[in-house]
Design a protein around this ligand. Sequence first.
Ligand SMILES: [Zn+2]
Length: 59
Amino acid sequence: MQRKRAIVLQQEWGDKPCEHPAFAKEYDLGERTGNFICTQCGKSFTFREKVELRAAKGP
Ligand SMILES: [Zn+2]
């Protein structure tokens, strides 16, 4: 997902709580940033944050 698109998603989603059900790889100007974006709320996560989020929810 392009970073620009993520910013639009964030604005549309606002401050509602999100369980971050799915992630897409983040791209900026066509290049991988190494981060991941929640496809629901548009929040950006590092790989480590993504792993920890999944770990917190259990297997
Ligand atoms: Zn989310």
